[in-house]
Design a binder for this molecule. Structure first.
Ligand code: A2P
Length: 276
């Protein structure tokens, strides 16, 4: 737990570079560009989310940008992340294209989507993107403990975030510990196991006892671990439900029971099988 970094009634955390990040964000992976994505982002902003997580590879940055503009919210009120697609060569040129699609002057966070071609080659370009003001913070995604260490060895400006697949069932303690050692904030993607974990019996038992939904229990578990958590939904009522996670608490026993669901053996790897 990194409670000392958590501020604003437990809703934000301070990154190692001093910037603030809301713990809850809407993930828009696998949300189609156009109406579906615009609606999801609009409903999220209406439900109080102030953090949207997109990527060059998702193909929906333009929709995210439109929904942000339509919301009328001040730019500084919403934390926007995009990710460098590492099939391309130049993080600076690619973030400039992202900013055009998003219609923004900068993103709050720019991260390498996965360590294709090795963990370090793109880091200089990421630092340059930050230096040019295109990104306030920079980080990585799908990097395991050894890959994080490799970046730290070459970095002038170290990564402040590692976004990995993380849930009670993918409780990668080795990655979590590496992040804590280096002051890197861990961001949990697929916190609901892309929906697969919602039917688990133990999760259901805890949800029933608390009068909450399985999704809320899984999201709350990440928050109580001090993690940033990025549930995805395209349904208005679910988007709203997933944000109602700051008005209840899991007991120590419930956290321990959820921790015990890990199927990764507490791995230091970001994924069991890389797809690239
Ligand atoms: P949908 O987008 O149709 O609402 P993850 O965040 O782990 O990637 O999980 C996303 C999946 O879980 C999506 O299929 C999403 O469906 C579903 N989902 C998200 N929130 C809820 C919820 N509160 N209740 C039930 N299913 C949900």
């Amino acid at each position: 737990m990194t409670a000392e970094n958590v501020t604003d009634s437990g809703r934000q955390r301070t990154l190692a570079d001093g910037n603030q990040i809301p713990l809850l964000g809407l993930g828009v992976w696998q949300v189609s560009d156009g109406r579906a994505c615009e609606d999801a982002v609009r409903w999220a902003l209406e439900s109080g989310y102030r953090h949207i997580d997109t990527a060059q590879a998702y193909g929906n940055e333009a929709s995210v940008g439109r929904a942000l503009r339509d919301s009328g919210l001040p730019r500084e009120d919403v934390f926007v992340t995009t990710k460098f697609y590492p099939g391309h060569r130049d993080p600076v040129a690619e973030v400039q294209r992202s900013l055009e699609r998003l219609g923004l002057d900068f993103v709050d966070l720019y991260i390498i989507h996965w360590p294709q071609g090795g963990p370090t080659w793109a880091w200089e370009g990421m630092q340059r993107a930050r230096q040019l003001g295109h990104a306030r913070s920079i980080g990585v995604s799908n990097f395991g403990a050894a890959e994080i260490e490799a970046v730290f060895e070459v970095a002038d400006v170290p990564p402040v975030v590692d976004q990995v697949q993380f849930s009670p069932f993918e409780h990668r303690r080795g990655v979590q510990e590496a992040c804590e050692r280096r002051g890197v904030a861990l961001e949990a993607y697929s916190p609901l196991g892309t929906g697969r974990h919602l039917g688990d019996r133990e999760v259901g038992r805890i949800a029933e006892r608390l009068g909450r939904t399985p999704a809320q229990v899984l999201i709350r578990w990440s928050i109580q671990h001090g993690l940033v958590v990025l549930p995805k939904s395209t349904h208005r009522e679910r988007i709203a439900q997933n944000a109602q996670v700051f008005d209840f608490e899991l007991s120590d026993d419930e956290m321990t029971a959820l921790d015990a669901l890990d199927r990764t053996g507490g791995t230091a790897r970001a994924l069991e099988r890389p797809w690239w």
